[in-house]
Design a binder for this molecule. Structure first.
Ligand code: NAP
Length: 500
Protein backbone atom coordinates (compact mmCIF):
# COMPACT_ATOMS: atom_id res chain seq x y z
CA UNK A 1 0.00 0.00 0.00
CA UNK A 2 1.35 3.39 -0.98
CA UNK A 3 1.34 6.25 1.48
CA UNK A 4 0.94 9.74 -0.01
CA UNK A 5 0.41 12.24 2.82
CA UNK A 6 -2.97 13.12 1.28
CA UNK A 7 -6.33 13.67 2.95
CA UNK A 8 -9.33 11.41 2.36
CA UNK A 9 -12.21 13.62 1.27
CA UNK A 10 -15.43 11.69 0.71
CA UNK A 11 -13.78 8.80 -1.07
CA UNK A 12 -11.07 10.70 -2.94
CA UNK A 13 -7.46 11.12 -1.84
CA UNK A 14 -6.65 14.82 -2.23
CA UNK A 15 -3.67 17.14 -1.98
CA UNK A 16 -4.42 20.86 -2.24
CA UNK A 17 -2.59 22.90 -4.84
CA UNK A 18 0.46 24.52 -3.24
CA UNK A 19 -0.32 22.72 0.00
CA UNK A 20 1.92 23.45 2.95
CA UNK A 21 3.95 20.42 3.96
CA UNK A 22 4.55 19.04 7.42
CA UNK A 23 6.28 15.93 8.67
CA UNK A 24 5.72 13.34 11.34
CA UNK A 25 8.38 13.03 14.01
CA UNK A 26 10.51 10.16 15.23
CA UNK A 27 10.64 10.39 19.04
CA UNK A 28 13.40 7.79 19.02
CA UNK A 29 15.74 9.64 16.65
CA UNK A 30 14.49 13.04 17.82
CA UNK A 31 14.21 14.00 14.16
CA UNK A 32 11.40 14.75 11.71
CA UNK A 33 10.43 11.83 9.50
CA UNK A 34 10.89 11.95 5.75
CA UNK A 35 7.41 11.33 4.36
CA UNK A 36 5.78 14.66 3.51
CA UNK A 37 2.23 15.21 4.73
CA UNK A 38 0.11 17.80 2.94
CA UNK A 39 -1.94 20.27 4.88
CA UNK A 40 -5.60 20.13 3.81
CA UNK A 41 -7.30 23.44 3.14
CA UNK A 42 -10.59 24.95 4.18
CA UNK A 43 -12.33 24.14 0.87
CA UNK A 44 -11.42 20.47 1.19
CA UNK A 45 -12.85 20.35 4.70
CA UNK A 46 -15.98 22.19 3.61
CA UNK A 47 -16.47 19.64 0.84
CA UNK A 48 -15.94 16.75 3.29
CA UNK A 49 -18.52 18.25 5.66
CA UNK A 50 -21.13 18.71 2.90
CA UNK A 51 -20.55 15.19 1.64
CA UNK A 52 -20.76 13.82 5.19
CA UNK A 53 -24.14 15.47 5.57
CA UNK A 54 -25.32 14.00 2.26
CA UNK A 55 -23.95 10.56 3.15
CA UNK A 56 -25.67 10.69 6.54
CA UNK A 57 -29.08 10.78 4.87
CA UNK A 58 -28.29 7.47 3.19
CA UNK A 59 -26.16 5.84 5.88
CA UNK A 60 -28.68 6.41 8.66
CA UNK A 61 -31.13 4.23 6.74
CA UNK A 62 -28.77 1.24 6.56
CA UNK A 63 -29.92 -1.78 8.52
CA UNK A 64 -28.15 -2.89 11.69
CA UNK A 65 -26.91 -5.90 9.72
CA UNK A 66 -25.39 -3.70 6.98
CA UNK A 67 -23.65 -1.52 9.55
CA UNK A 68 -22.38 -4.60 11.38
CA UNK A 69 -20.89 -5.93 8.13
CA UNK A 70 -19.28 -2.54 7.53
CA UNK A 71 -17.69 -2.50 11.02
CA UNK A 72 -16.42 -6.07 10.56
CA UNK A 73 -14.99 -5.04 7.17
CA UNK A 74 -13.13 -2.09 8.74
CA UNK A 75 -11.63 -4.42 11.35
CA UNK A 76 -10.60 -6.85 8.58
CA UNK A 77 -8.91 -4.04 6.64
CA UNK A 78 -7.02 -2.89 9.74
CA UNK A 79 -5.78 -6.44 10.17
CA UNK A 80 -4.79 -6.60 6.49
CA UNK A 81 -2.48 -3.59 7.00
CA UNK A 82 -0.30 -6.05 8.89
CA UNK A 83 3.22 -5.05 9.84
CA UNK A 84 3.11 -1.89 7.70
CA UNK A 85 0.72 -0.37 10.24
CA UNK A 86 2.70 -1.49 13.27
CA UNK A 87 6.07 -0.43 11.81
CA UNK A 88 4.74 2.97 10.77
CA UNK A 89 3.19 3.70 14.15
CA UNK A 90 6.28 2.46 15.94
CA UNK A 91 8.36 4.90 13.91
CA UNK A 92 5.95 7.78 14.59
CA UNK A 93 5.41 7.14 18.31
CA UNK A 94 8.21 4.85 19.50
CA UNK A 95 5.55 2.95 21.45
CA UNK A 96 6.75 -0.65 21.82
CA UNK A 97 5.65 -3.09 19.12
CA UNK A 98 3.98 -5.44 21.62
CA UNK A 99 1.95 -2.56 23.06
CA UNK A 100 0.93 -1.46 19.54
CA UNK A 101 -0.11 -4.99 18.62
CA UNK A 102 -2.26 -5.14 21.74
CA UNK A 103 -3.82 -1.76 21.00
CA UNK A 104 -4.54 -2.78 17.40
CA UNK A 105 -6.28 -5.95 18.63
CA UNK A 106 -8.31 -3.90 21.07
CA UNK A 107 -9.29 -1.45 18.32
CA UNK A 108 -10.45 -4.25 16.02
CA UNK A 109 -12.20 -5.87 18.99
CA UNK A 110 -14.03 -2.61 19.68
CA UNK A 111 -15.29 -2.42 16.08
CA UNK A 112 -16.39 -6.06 16.21
CA UNK A 113 -18.10 -5.60 19.59
CA UNK A 114 -20.25 -2.81 18.14
CA UNK A 115 -20.93 -5.03 15.12
CA UNK A 116 -22.03 -7.88 17.39
CA UNK A 117 -24.24 -5.51 19.38
CA UNK A 118 -25.93 -4.42 16.14
CA UNK A 119 -26.34 -8.06 15.12
CA UNK A 120 -27.95 -8.69 18.48
CA UNK A 121 -25.46 -11.41 19.30
CA UNK A 122 -23.93 -9.42 22.16
CA UNK A 123 -25.68 -8.06 25.24
CA UNK A 124 -26.85 -5.12 23.32
CA UNK A 125 -27.85 -1.51 23.48
CA UNK A 126 -28.85 -1.55 19.84
CA UNK A 127 -32.35 -2.83 20.43
CA UNK A 128 -33.41 -0.56 23.23
CA UNK A 129 -36.44 1.69 23.07
CA UNK A 130 -39.91 1.00 24.40
CA UNK A 131 -43.60 1.43 23.70
CA UNK A 132 -46.60 2.46 25.79
CA UNK A 133 -49.86 1.16 24.38
CA UNK A 134 -52.75 3.48 23.65
CA UNK A 135 -55.77 3.50 25.98
CA UNK A 136 -58.44 5.17 23.82
CA UNK A 137 -61.14 4.73 26.46
CA UNK A 138 -59.15 6.49 29.23
CA UNK A 139 -60.96 9.47 30.72
CA UNK A 140 -60.93 12.37 30.83
CA UNK A 141 -58.41 12.13 27.93
CA UNK A 142 -57.50 9.10 25.84
CA UNK A 143 -53.93 7.85 26.24
CA UNK A 144 -52.00 7.89 22.98
CA UNK A 145 -49.65 5.19 21.73
CA UNK A 146 -46.08 6.38 22.31
CA UNK A 147 -42.94 4.71 21.09
CA UNK A 148 -39.46 5.71 22.20
CA UNK A 149 -36.75 5.24 19.60
CA UNK A 150 -33.16 6.40 19.22
CA UNK A 151 -31.85 8.07 16.07
CA UNK A 152 -28.32 9.08 15.07
CA UNK A 153 -27.26 12.70 15.64
CA UNK A 154 -25.74 13.42 12.22
CA UNK A 155 -22.21 14.36 11.19
CA UNK A 156 -19.68 13.78 13.99
CA UNK A 157 -16.24 15.41 14.21
CA UNK A 158 -13.54 13.27 15.87
CA UNK A 159 -10.20 14.34 17.38
CA UNK A 160 -7.82 11.67 18.64
CA UNK A 161 -5.01 11.72 21.20
CA UNK A 162 -1.29 11.19 20.65
CA UNK A 163 -0.93 8.38 23.18
CA UNK A 164 -3.46 5.94 21.66
CA UNK A 165 -2.78 6.06 17.91
CA UNK A 166 -5.33 3.31 17.27
CA UNK A 167 -7.78 3.03 20.17
CA UNK A 168 -8.44 6.77 20.64
CA UNK A 169 -7.62 8.15 17.22
CA UNK A 170 -8.73 7.97 13.57
CA UNK A 171 -10.56 4.63 13.87
CA UNK A 172 -10.78 4.60 17.64
CA UNK A 173 -13.73 4.36 19.99
CA UNK A 174 -15.49 7.57 18.98
CA UNK A 175 -15.37 6.76 15.27
CA UNK A 176 -16.50 3.17 15.88
CA UNK A 177 -19.35 4.31 18.16
CA UNK A 178 -20.48 7.04 15.75
CA UNK A 179 -20.50 4.69 12.74
CA UNK A 180 -22.32 2.04 14.76
CA UNK A 181 -24.92 4.62 15.73
CA UNK A 182 -25.50 5.54 12.07
CA UNK A 183 -23.57 8.84 12.00
CA UNK A 184 -21.05 9.97 9.39
CA UNK A 185 -17.59 10.97 10.65
CA UNK A 186 -14.87 13.49 9.85
CA UNK A 187 -11.57 13.18 11.72
CA UNK A 188 -8.62 15.49 11.97
CA UNK A 189 -5.45 13.42 11.77
CA UNK A 190 -3.13 13.56 14.77
CA UNK A 191 0.14 15.27 13.85
CA UNK A 192 2.01 12.94 16.22
CA UNK A 193 1.01 10.02 13.93
CA UNK A 194 -0.15 11.42 10.56
CA UNK A 195 0.86 8.41 8.46
CA UNK A 196 -0.82 6.03 10.89
CA UNK A 197 -3.90 8.24 10.47
CA UNK A 198 -3.59 7.86 6.69
CA UNK A 199 -3.24 4.07 6.87
CA UNK A 200 -6.31 3.81 9.10
CA UNK A 201 -8.22 6.06 6.68
CA UNK A 202 -7.11 3.78 3.82
CA UNK A 203 -8.50 0.79 5.74
CA UNK A 204 -11.89 2.42 6.16
CA UNK A 205 -11.90 3.66 2.57
CA UNK A 206 -11.48 0.06 1.36
CA UNK A 207 -14.26 -1.09 3.67
CA UNK A 208 -16.55 1.67 2.34
CA UNK A 209 -15.98 0.38 -1.20
CA UNK A 210 -16.37 -3.25 -0.23
CA UNK A 211 -19.65 -2.63 1.61
CA UNK A 212 -20.91 -0.05 -0.90
CA UNK A 213 -21.39 2.57 1.76
CA UNK A 214 -21.81 6.24 0.73
CA UNK A 215 -18.35 7.69 0.23
CA UNK A 216 -18.92 10.74 2.41
CA UNK A 217 -19.56 8.58 5.46
CA UNK A 218 -15.93 9.04 6.49
CA UNK A 219 -13.31 11.70 5.72
CA UNK A 220 -9.92 12.41 7.26
CA UNK A 221 -8.15 15.77 6.95
CA UNK A 222 -4.42 16.09 7.44
CA UNK A 223 -4.01 19.34 9.35
CA UNK A 224 -1.32 20.78 11.53
CA UNK A 225 -2.89 24.25 11.43
CA UNK A 226 -5.64 24.61 13.97
CA UNK A 227 -7.98 26.77 11.91
CA UNK A 228 -9.31 23.57 10.31
CA UNK A 229 -9.96 22.06 13.75
CA UNK A 230 -12.01 25.11 14.65
CA UNK A 231 -13.76 25.14 11.25
CA UNK A 232 -14.84 21.56 11.88
CA UNK A 233 -16.36 22.20 15.31
CA UNK A 234 -18.02 25.43 14.10
CA UNK A 235 -19.65 23.92 10.99
CA UNK A 236 -23.47 24.00 11.32
CA UNK A 237 -23.74 20.58 9.63
CA UNK A 238 -21.66 18.98 12.42
CA UNK A 239 -23.90 17.76 15.24
CA UNK A 240 -21.46 16.34 17.83
CA UNK A 241 -17.74 16.25 18.61
CA UNK A 242 -15.77 13.35 20.09
CA UNK A 243 -12.46 14.65 21.45
CA UNK A 244 -9.70 12.84 23.33
CA UNK A 245 -6.84 15.04 24.47
CA UNK A 246 -5.80 17.73 26.89
CA UNK A 247 -7.94 20.00 29.03
CA UNK A 248 -6.41 23.16 27.54
CA UNK A 249 -7.19 22.21 23.92
CA UNK A 250 -10.71 21.11 24.88
CA UNK A 251 -11.26 24.61 26.33
CA UNK A 252 -10.17 26.20 23.05
CA UNK A 253 -12.53 24.06 21.00
CA UNK A 254 -15.35 24.70 23.47
CA UNK A 255 -14.84 28.44 23.02
CA UNK A 256 -15.41 28.02 19.30
CA UNK A 257 -18.42 25.78 19.91
CA UNK A 258 -19.75 28.54 22.16
CA UNK A 259 -19.93 30.85 19.13
CA UNK A 260 -22.23 28.47 17.22
CA UNK A 261 -25.88 29.30 16.88
CA UNK A 262 -26.79 25.66 17.57
CA UNK A 263 -25.12 24.14 20.63
CA UNK A 264 -23.91 20.60 20.13
CA UNK A 265 -22.57 17.91 22.48
CA UNK A 266 -18.82 18.01 22.94
CA UNK A 267 -17.55 14.77 24.44
CA UNK A 268 -14.10 15.71 25.73
CA UNK A 269 -12.18 12.78 27.25
CA UNK A 270 -9.42 14.56 29.12
CA UNK A 271 -6.75 13.97 31.73
CA UNK A 272 -6.77 12.77 35.31
CA UNK A 273 -4.40 12.11 38.20
CA UNK A 274 -6.18 8.87 39.21
CA UNK A 275 -5.67 8.88 43.00
CA UNK A 276 -4.51 5.67 44.67
CA UNK A 277 -5.67 5.26 48.28
CA UNK A 278 -3.34 2.94 50.16
CA UNK A 279 -5.02 1.87 53.40
CA UNK A 280 -3.25 1.04 56.62
CA UNK A 281 -3.50 -2.74 56.94
CA UNK A 282 -2.94 -3.39 53.25
CA UNK A 283 0.22 -1.31 53.09
CA UNK A 284 1.52 -2.99 56.25
CA UNK A 285 0.94 -6.42 54.71
CA UNK A 286 1.89 -5.83 51.09
CA UNK A 287 4.16 -2.80 50.85
CA UNK A 288 6.59 -4.48 48.47
CA UNK A 289 4.02 -5.66 46.00
CA UNK A 290 2.08 -2.37 46.15
CA UNK A 291 5.25 -0.35 45.51
CA UNK A 292 6.21 -2.52 42.60
CA UNK A 293 2.71 -2.58 41.02
CA UNK A 294 2.30 1.19 41.34
CA UNK A 295 5.72 1.88 39.86
CA UNK A 296 5.04 -0.52 36.98
CA UNK A 297 1.68 1.13 36.29
CA UNK A 298 3.31 4.56 36.41
CA UNK A 299 6.11 3.56 34.07
CA UNK A 300 3.78 1.84 31.59
CA UNK A 301 3.94 3.78 28.30
CA UNK A 302 6.36 6.08 30.17
CA UNK A 303 3.45 7.57 32.11
CA UNK A 304 1.49 8.51 29.00
CA UNK A 305 -1.85 7.05 29.97
CA UNK A 306 -4.90 9.11 30.89
CA UNK A 307 -5.33 6.50 33.66
CA UNK A 308 -1.74 6.74 34.91
CA UNK A 309 -1.61 6.68 38.75
CA UNK A 310 -0.31 10.19 39.47
CA UNK A 311 -1.35 10.61 43.12
CA UNK A 312 -0.63 8.06 45.85
CA UNK A 313 -2.17 8.56 49.31
CA UNK A 314 0.05 6.77 51.78
CA UNK A 315 -0.02 6.55 55.61
CA UNK A 316 2.80 8.72 56.99
CA UNK A 317 4.58 5.85 58.73
CA UNK A 318 4.99 3.75 55.57
CA UNK A 319 8.76 4.00 55.29
CA UNK A 320 9.17 0.46 53.84
CA UNK A 321 6.74 1.22 51.03
CA UNK A 322 8.44 4.54 50.25
CA UNK A 323 11.91 2.98 50.27
CA UNK A 324 10.79 0.27 47.87
CA UNK A 325 9.12 2.77 45.52
CA UNK A 326 12.26 4.91 45.58
CA UNK A 327 14.40 1.91 44.60
CA UNK A 328 12.07 1.07 41.69
CA UNK A 329 12.08 4.60 40.37
CA UNK A 330 15.86 5.02 40.72
CA UNK A 331 16.39 1.83 38.73
CA UNK A 332 13.99 2.85 35.95
CA UNK A 333 15.39 3.83 32.57
CA UNK A 334 14.21 6.89 30.69
CA UNK A 335 12.29 6.64 27.44
CA UNK A 336 10.86 8.88 24.77
CA UNK A 337 7.57 10.74 24.97
CA UNK A 338 5.20 11.06 22.04
CA UNK A 339 6.14 14.49 20.73
CA UNK A 340 8.64 17.30 21.39
CA UNK A 341 5.78 19.41 22.82
CA UNK A 342 4.92 16.72 25.34
CA UNK A 343 8.62 16.41 26.30
CA UNK A 344 8.95 20.13 26.85
CA UNK A 345 5.78 20.49 28.88
CA UNK A 346 6.77 17.46 31.02
CA UNK A 347 10.21 18.96 31.66
CA UNK A 348 8.74 22.31 32.52
CA UNK A 349 6.34 20.77 35.07
CA UNK A 350 9.18 18.76 36.63
CA UNK A 351 11.41 21.85 36.83
CA UNK A 352 8.63 23.78 38.59
CA UNK A 353 8.09 20.95 41.09
CA UNK A 354 11.82 20.74 41.77
CA UNK A 355 11.93 24.47 42.50
CA UNK A 356 8.91 24.35 44.78
CA UNK A 357 9.62 24.28 48.50
CA UNK A 358 6.25 22.59 49.06
CA UNK A 359 7.26 19.24 47.63
CA UNK A 360 10.34 17.03 47.96
CA UNK A 361 11.89 14.99 45.20
CA UNK A 362 12.17 11.41 46.47
CA UNK A 363 13.70 9.77 43.43
CA UNK A 364 14.33 10.09 39.74
CA UNK A 365 15.05 7.45 37.15
CA UNK A 366 18.10 7.23 34.91
CA UNK A 367 18.09 9.77 32.07
CA UNK A 368 19.73 8.08 29.09
CA UNK A 369 19.17 10.73 26.42
CA UNK A 370 18.46 14.43 26.78
CA UNK A 371 15.29 14.19 24.65
CA UNK A 372 13.93 11.41 26.89
CA UNK A 373 11.78 11.75 29.99
CA UNK A 374 12.81 9.96 33.16
CA UNK A 375 10.52 8.99 36.00
CA UNK A 376 10.13 11.31 38.98
CA UNK A 377 8.62 10.60 42.37
CA UNK A 378 7.81 13.55 44.64
CA UNK A 379 6.25 13.74 48.08
CA UNK A 380 4.36 16.17 50.22
CA UNK A 381 2.00 15.99 53.19
CA UNK A 382 -1.75 16.09 52.90
CA UNK A 383 -2.20 19.62 54.30
CA UNK A 384 0.21 21.08 51.77
CA UNK A 385 -1.47 19.18 48.98
CA UNK A 386 -4.90 20.42 50.08
CA UNK A 387 -3.70 24.01 50.18
CA UNK A 388 -2.07 24.07 46.75
CA UNK A 389 -4.45 23.41 43.86
CA UNK A 390 -1.60 23.47 41.33
CA UNK A 391 -0.42 20.13 42.77
CA UNK A 392 -3.73 18.55 41.70
CA UNK A 393 -3.01 19.00 37.98
CA UNK A 394 -2.11 16.19 35.60
CA UNK A 395 1.56 16.02 34.60
CA UNK A 396 1.42 13.98 31.41
CA UNK A 397 4.42 11.63 31.63
CA UNK A 398 6.17 9.48 34.27
CA UNK A 399 5.55 11.50 37.43
CA UNK A 400 3.78 10.58 40.65
CA UNK A 401 3.25 12.39 43.93
CA UNK A 402 3.15 10.54 47.24
CA UNK A 403 0.93 12.44 49.65
CA UNK A 404 1.25 11.26 53.21
CA UNK A 405 -1.66 11.26 55.65
CA UNK A 406 -1.82 10.71 59.42
CA UNK A 407 -5.47 9.89 59.96
CA UNK A 408 -8.00 8.22 57.64
CA UNK A 409 -10.37 11.13 58.33
CA UNK A 410 -8.02 13.41 56.36
CA UNK A 411 -8.73 11.36 53.26
CA UNK A 412 -12.34 12.53 53.22
CA UNK A 413 -11.21 16.15 53.07
CA UNK A 414 -8.89 15.21 50.27
CA UNK A 415 -11.67 13.53 48.30
CA UNK A 416 -13.82 16.64 48.73
CA UNK A 417 -11.00 18.78 47.32
CA UNK A 418 -10.39 16.61 44.28
CA UNK A 419 -11.50 17.61 40.82
CA UNK A 420 -13.40 14.99 38.82
CA UNK A 421 -11.28 11.96 37.93
CA UNK A 422 -11.49 9.17 35.39
CA UNK A 423 -10.59 6.59 38.03
CA UNK A 424 -9.55 6.06 41.64
CA UNK A 425 -8.25 2.89 43.27
CA UNK A 426 -8.64 1.85 46.87
CA UNK A 427 -6.07 -0.67 48.08
CA UNK A 428 -7.18 -2.34 51.28
CA UNK A 429 -7.73 -5.58 53.15
CA UNK A 430 -11.38 -6.57 53.70
CA UNK A 431 -11.18 -4.89 57.11
CA UNK A 432 -9.67 -1.72 55.59
CA UNK A 433 -12.41 -1.60 52.99
CA UNK A 434 -15.16 -2.02 55.58
CA UNK A 435 -13.75 0.92 57.54
CA UNK A 436 -13.46 2.96 54.33
CA UNK A 437 -17.13 2.69 53.29
CA UNK A 438 -17.77 6.41 53.71
CA UNK A 439 -14.59 7.27 51.81
CA UNK A 440 -15.55 4.95 48.97
CA UNK A 441 -19.04 6.40 48.75
CA UNK A 442 -17.60 9.94 48.61
CA UNK A 443 -15.15 8.84 45.93
CA UNK A 444 -17.94 7.50 43.73
CA UNK A 445 -19.10 11.08 43.29
CA UNK A 446 -15.65 12.14 42.05
CA UNK A 447 -14.78 9.41 39.56
CA UNK A 448 -16.08 7.51 36.56
CA UNK A 449 -14.60 4.15 37.60
CA UNK A 450 -13.77 3.05 41.13
CA UNK A 451 -11.31 0.20 41.47
CA UNK A 452 -10.64 -2.14 44.37
CA UNK A 453 -7.11 -3.52 44.79
CA UNK A 454 -6.11 -3.05 41.15
CA UNK A 455 -4.18 -0.58 39.07
CA UNK A 456 -6.11 1.98 37.00
CA UNK A 457 -4.20 1.50 33.76
CA UNK A 458 -5.95 -0.76 31.24
CA UNK A 459 -9.54 -0.03 30.29
CA UNK A 460 -11.51 -3.17 29.45
CA UNK A 461 -13.74 -2.89 26.37
CA UNK A 462 -17.04 -4.41 27.57
CA UNK A 463 -20.69 -3.58 28.10
CA UNK A 464 -20.23 -2.60 31.74
CA UNK A 465 -17.25 -0.28 31.22
CA UNK A 466 -17.47 3.43 31.93
CA UNK A 467 -14.56 5.54 30.73
CA UNK A 468 -15.16 9.18 31.51
CA UNK A 469 -15.84 11.01 34.73
CA UNK A 470 -16.93 14.24 36.36
CA UNK A 471 -15.49 17.48 34.94
CA UNK A 472 -12.65 18.17 34.23
CA UNK A 473 -11.71 14.54 33.54
CA UNK A 474 -14.36 14.65 30.86
CA UNK A 475 -16.79 17.28 29.68
CA UNK A 476 -19.92 15.14 29.92
CA UNK A 477 -20.18 13.05 33.06
CA UNK A 478 -23.13 11.09 31.66
CA UNK A 479 -21.23 9.52 28.82
CA UNK A 480 -18.60 6.82 28.33
CA UNK A 481 -16.03 6.75 25.52
CA UNK A 482 -15.31 3.02 25.93
CA UNK A 483 -17.66 0.06 25.83
CA UNK A 484 -20.92 -0.51 24.03
CA UNK A 485 -22.70 2.34 25.79
CA UNK A 486 -20.40 4.74 23.91
CA UNK A 487 -22.86 4.42 21.04
CA UNK A 488 -25.44 6.32 23.11
CA UNK A 489 -23.42 9.53 22.88
CA UNK A 490 -24.15 9.73 19.16
CA UNK A 491 -27.83 8.86 19.36
CA UNK A 492 -30.76 10.90 20.58
CA UNK A 493 -34.21 9.92 21.77
CA UNK A 494 -37.29 10.54 19.69
CA UNK A 495 -40.83 9.78 20.72
CA UNK A 496 -43.34 8.77 18.04
CA UNK A 497 -46.89 9.40 19.22
CA UNK A 498 -50.03 8.07 17.54
CA UNK A 499 -53.70 7.89 18.46
CA UNK A 500 -53.59 4.10 18.62
P1 NAP B 1 -3.82 17.44 22.67
O1 NAP B 1 -2.55 18.15 22.47
O2 NAP B 1 -4.91 18.12 23.42
O3 NAP B 1 -4.34 17.04 21.19
C1 NAP B 1 -5.61 16.45 20.95
C2 NAP B 1 -6.14 16.93 19.60
O4 NAP B 1 -6.38 18.35 19.60
C3 NAP B 1 -5.19 16.67 18.45
O5 NAP B 1 -5.96 16.31 17.32
C4 NAP B 1 -4.54 18.01 18.24
O6 NAP B 1 -4.06 18.23 16.93
C5 NAP B 1 -5.68 18.97 18.52
N1 NAP B 1 -5.21 20.30 18.92
C6 NAP B 1 -4.06 20.62 19.59
N2 NAP B 1 -4.00 21.96 19.81
C7 NAP B 1 -5.13 22.48 19.25
C8 NAP B 1 -5.65 23.81 19.16
N3 NAP B 1 -5.01 24.87 19.65
N4 NAP B 1 -6.84 23.99 18.54
C9 NAP B 1 -7.51 22.94 18.03
N5 NAP B 1 -7.07 21.66 18.08
C10 NAP B 1 -5.90 21.43 18.69
O7 NAP B 1 -3.62 16.04 23.43
P2 NAP B 1 -2.56 14.87 23.15
O8 NAP B 1 -1.19 15.33 23.47
O9 NAP B 1 -2.82 14.31 21.81
O10 NAP B 1 -3.01 13.76 24.20
C11 NAP B 1 -2.59 13.76 25.54
C12 NAP B 1 -3.73 14.17 26.47
O11 NAP B 1 -4.87 13.37 26.19
C13 NAP B 1 -3.42 13.92 27.94
O12 NAP B 1 -3.93 14.98 28.70
C14 NAP B 1 -4.16 12.63 28.25
O13 NAP B 1 -4.48 12.46 29.60
C15 NAP B 1 -5.38 12.79 27.39
N6 NAP B 1 -5.99 11.51 27.06
C16 NAP B 1 -7.20 11.23 27.57
C17 NAP B 1 -7.81 10.00 27.31
C18 NAP B 1 -9.15 9.68 27.89
O14 NAP B 1 -9.75 8.72 27.46
N7 NAP B 1 -9.64 10.45 28.85
C19 NAP B 1 -7.16 9.07 26.50
C20 NAP B 1 -5.91 9.40 25.96
C21 NAP B 1 -5.35 10.63 26.25
P3 NAP B 1 -2.49 18.15 16.54
O15 NAP B 1 -2.22 16.76 16.26
O16 NAP B 1 -2.43 18.96 15.29
O17 NAP B 1 -1.71 18.74 17.67
Amino acid sequence: MQVTGASLIAGSWQIAEQAEIFYGFSPKLNLPLETPVYEANSDMLEHAINEAERAFKVYRKTSYQQRAEFLHAIADEIEALGTLLIDTTHQETNLPVARLEGERARTMGQLRAFAQALEGSHKSIANFGCTDAAVPERTPLPKPNTELDYIPLGVVGVFGASNFPYAFSTLGGDTAAALAAGCSVITKSHTAHPITSELMARAISLAIEKCEMPKGVFSMVQAKRYDLAHQLVAAPQVKAIGFTGSFSVAQKLLETIGTRQERIPFYGELGSINPQFLLKEQIAQASNSLASQLCQALLMGNGQFCTSPGLWLVPAASSAFIEQAVEHIKASQSDTLLSPNIVSSFKQSIAELKQSDEVTLLAEGVLNESHHANAHLFTTDIDTFLANKALHEEVFGPMAMIVTYDKPAQLLALVESLDGQLTASVHGTPADLRKAEVLIEALEYKVGRIIENQMPTGVEVCSSMNHGGPYPSSTDVRSTSVGLNAMLRFLRPICRQKAN
